[in-house]
Design a protein around this ligand. Structure first.
Ligand SMILES: Nc1nc2c(c(=O)[nH]1)N[C@H]1C(S)=C(S)[C@@H](COP(=O)(O)O)O[C@H]1N2
Ligand SMILES: [Mo]
Length: 221
């Protein structure tokens, strides 16, 4: 019928290769997903880094910067720059997925993992939600489980250099497994809550969770 050696009944080797492809075996990227699935549905890759926000870029020198953590936690804190820098510092590399359809691969963030922050403030057993408040008045909300996810980081450096003011410096949140609107720039306050409270975009038609793999861009209403 055909002389294509690849066609015909699957051999042991082709069956293994198909399985390797599905598992993404032999890929050298940072992700465990097969390369073809690294880009979520409806996204396109960019190599620049677009700036998106409410149009105000607060100028907060490190000397005046404070981060308040309050609400349903046993140890509320107000960190200044030195206090924040004294927390464990980690590099986390991740991809950005913005709801406006651009994605940017391999961003190296340096800062405090949300897991280390949780260690420091001890959320109460009934804490379920987190609300981020920023110096420009922006807010966004997350389930505590998403805030605590692997790779989520309060970042103050990007690709080895201090985070640019336009991208949220001195400190922004990065939650890589959700659309980028959840990653609050110019972070000022973190509130732990027993009840959810939708943020700026969430009350304006964006999805409450924002999973790029499920294309949770906008709410159904
Ligand atoms: N404080 C603050 N954080 C924010 C926003 C904002 O307007 N203010 N915009 C969000 C949105 S919609 C996006 S897409 C990303 C954009 O981040 P970037 O400008 O670094 O690409 O920031 C998010 N975090
Ligand atoms: Mo966005």
């Amino acid at each position: 019928m055909t002389d294509d050696p690849g066609a015909g009944a699957p051999t042991k080797l082709t069956a293994s290769k198909q399985r390797w492809a599905q598992e993404g075996r032999f890929l050298t990227g940072h992700t465990a997903r097969p390369e073809a699935e690294r880009l979520p549905p409806g996204q396109h890759l960019v190599t620049n880094w677009p700036v998106l926000d409410l149009g105000m870029h607060p100028d907060i020198p490190a000397s005046r910067w404070r981060l308040e953590v309050f609400g349903a936690v046993d140890k509320p804190v107000l960190w200044d720059w030195a206090g924040f820098q004294a927390l464990p510092q980690t590099r986390a590399v991740s991809d950005i997925h913005c709801v406006t359809t651009w994605s940017r691969y391999d961003n190296a963030w340096d800062g405090v993992l949300t897991r280390d922050l949780l260690q420091a403030v001890s959320p109460r057993a009934d804490a379920r939600h987190v609300v981020l408040q920023s110096y420009d008045g922006y807010t966004t909300n997350l389930p505590l489980a998403d805030f605590a996810a692997e790779g989520a980081v309060l970042a103050h450096r990007w690709q080895g250099a201090p985070l640019d003011q336009v991208h949220g410096g001195p400190v922004r949140l990065v939650v890589p497994h959700l659309y980028f609107w959840k990653s609050a720039k110019w972070l000022q306050r973190i509130e732990f809550r027993t009840e959810d409270r939708p943020g700026f975009w969430e009350v304006r038609g964006y999805h409450n969770r924002g999973d790029p793999w499920a294309e949770q861009r906008y709410s159904e209403e």
